[in-house]
Design a binder for this molecule. Sequence first.
Ligand SMILES: Nc1ncnc2c1ncn2[C@@H]1O[C@H](COP(=O)(O)OP(=O)(O)OP(=O)(O)O)[C@@H](O)[C@H]1O
Ligand SMILES: [Mg+2]
Length: 251
Amino acid sequence: MEVTGLTYAYPGAAGGRPVIEDLSFSVRPGEFVCVVGPSGCGKTTLLRLLAGLLRPDAGEIRVDGTVVNGPPEDLGFVFQDHARALLPWRTAAKNVEFGLEAAGVPRRLRGPMVQDVLRRVHLPDVERLYPGQMSGGMQQRLQIARALVARPSILLMDEPFAALDALTRFALEDGLLEVWHELAPTVLFVTHDLDEAIYLADRVVVLRRNPANVVREVPVALERPRDQGRSRAQDEFVRLRFELFETIRSL
Ligand SMILES: Nc1ncnc2c1ncn2[C@@H]1O[C@H](COP(=O)(O)OP(=O)(O)OP(=O)(O)O)[C@@H](O)[C@H]1O
Ligand SMILES: [Mg+2]
């Protein structure tokens, strides 16, 4: 994924001021990149542009060399607000199947694919439950399952674990890394949490605000597979956290 000179202003913004101006970065196939930056700097806007849900005012986004003009078929999106992202009138399995319907997968192939992805996010035996009958962490897994079920080559995730308690969050981070190791999608993951960014990423991209722009890209050289206890206790982890914290504090 190649982003060049990306500029975007919301229609009617005061003075036509862009939220994002002349932003460039690239992500290698299969890379796990985390994006951090102050609240309101334009992270969600950036993901919407990358997903083809908003059209840039200037600059371009290329995926495998092709300019993105609308929502690419081969893309999964996990939204910031899982409660609003799921369809409350469909069961868990039917919510996941929705991702396959959208991708045009024939009906007879869908069942096994739904079962497989629910197992991967550690949500077996929930086919008959409705989202309203599930805990917040379960709903978030369900949203991730729906994003993954069509095996997208690009996965965009917008603070997917922000509202969860630490233990659920650790479990979901590890579940995501497991799926990533297995299916090897390119991941762009937005988070407020510097520790989470370091734990997950191959590289952390730091954005500043007014307008959003890349101020720093920090490679994470921690070995994989990572371990919640051991990785976070390493000197390198502590050094990276300090570096990122100082960068963000200076913005
Ligand atoms: N639909 C919209 N119309 C007009 N302005 C918007 C719209 N959505 C967001 N903005 C503005 O664009 C800026 C960036 O918003 P965005 O949601 O992308 O930030 P963010 O970095 O995702 O913030 P957070 O970390 O709080 O989720 C903010 O100033 C916000 O007020
Ligand atoms: Mg946001």
